[in-house]
Design a protein around this ligand. Structure first.
Ligand code: SF4
Length: 360
């Protein structure tokens, strides 16, 4: 038996489920804000075992899904310039204006390369000194430190033909914006393990102190998820409202100070656009002036432009937890993983893709 088997133990899961259902008074509406949790909750079967009184809402935890239409348009604009575009693979099929994607741009001749790390992108820049090489920086606090480290290495090694199109987003300001929405009616947050490994627990304290909402940092195995749900139930029954770290085998309360320090050295916070939510103050990262030479927006003199939203797609409502993917008129008909209309069906961590894979 390895360590992870304990976190999948069927008997432990049954016990936790029985306690949740026996001790829950009223309804528990919890939101997860991590694409990996979205998938884990379905894949493990946890969701199918929860009673109707435990309402699962998927929030804006899929980095590709929350990337705004105007940011996708910027990727495509960049692909039309004389540059090598490097990206993680999950952005390739995200539709932009006129249903164009990086994949279709690549088919039409744009130099778009999928990489597994921003350091692979830096290597491409080293190998192609006469080309400008851009890495598309999306994702939350989880990926931002590695990309900041890549920019630092580029500076240290004098690699001047590398830059980053930086559309990173920060989770805590998005949660603050979400809970301010009176229609949402979320009662508890299942907090993202990966992001928390970087930022720790402190940045979420406002959920309890300002909004009176309990929150638990949880791992991704079924016992982790059920344990977090049981903690919500016991906190409610005991009249407590706390932000708790239940993923201590990975997340320390302080997070990873070194990663945060690298991130803060290269990036500063800025207002950012989120798909379906709009502009959230202080919820994005931009490249500091000291590293302006590595900022693709400045290198290519680009600006974000208003672009029409994808017709018929309800990703915005899905990302805000206001609508279940199955309620989208296009779900499973015009929109499937093989032929996605919106980003929530493109990304494997998207809510629509998870619903499609595990519910159909
Ligand atoms: Fe958008 Fe497709 Fe999801 Fe509907 S099912 S919200 S069209 S991604």
């Amino acid at each position: 038996m390895n360590l992870f088997d304990n976190f999948k133990d069927p008997q432990l899961c049954k016990t936790l489920l029985a306690r949740i259902h026996a001790e829950l008074d009223g309804e528990l509406r919890f939101m997860e804000v991590c694409g990996t949790h979205t998938v884990s909750i379905f894949r493990s079967g946890v969701r199918s075992l929860l009673s109707d009184k435990v309402v699962h809402l998927s929030g804006p935890g899929c980095p590709v899904c929350v990337t705004h239409d105007s940011e996708v348009a910027a990727f495509l604009e960049l692909a039309g310039k004389n540059a090598i575009i490097t990206t993680f693979g999950d952005l390739m099929r995200v539709p932009g204006p006129e249903k164009k994607t990086l994949k279709s741009a690549q088919a039409e001749g744009a130099r778009v390369k999928v990489v597994y790390s921003p350091f692979d992108a830096l290597k491409i820049a080293q190998d192609n000194p006469h080309d400008k090489v851009v890495f598309l920086g999306v994702g939350f606090e989880t990926t931002a430190p590695a990309i900041a480290a890549t920019v630092k290495v580029a500076r240290e090694q004098g690699i001047g033909n590398f830059s980053v199109l930086c559309f990173h987003k920060l989770v805590p300001p998005a949660l603050d914006a979400l809970v301010g929405d009176p229609e949402l009616q979320v009662q508890a947050f299942l907090l993202p393990g990966h992001v928390s490994a970087i930022i720790g627990v402190e940045p979420y304290r406002f959920l309890a102190s300002k909004h009176g909402l309990p929150a638990v940092v949880a791992g991704f195995e079924p016992v982790d998820i059920l344990q977090a749900l049981y903690m919500f139930v016991t906190m409610r029954n005991e009249g407590k409202v706390e932000v708790v770290n239940a993923y201590t085998r990975v997340v320390s309360d302080e997070g990873n100070p070194k990663a945060v320090s690298i991130m803060n050295e290269v990036f500063s916070s800025c207002d950012a656009l989120w798909r379906g939510i709009g502009l959230i103050p202080g919820s994005g990262l931009t490249i500091r002036d000291e590293y302006a030479d590595y900022d693709a927006m400045r290198v290519f003199d680009m600006k974000l432009h208003d672009v029409p939203e994808i017709k018929g797609c309800r990703c915005g409502d899905v990302l805000k937890g206001k609508m279940s993917p199955e309620k989208c008129p296009l779900f499973g008909k015009a929109c499937t993983p093989a032929s996605p209309v919106g980003p929530c069906m493109v990304s494997t961590e998207g809510s629509c893709a998870a619903y499609y894979k595990y519910r159909i």
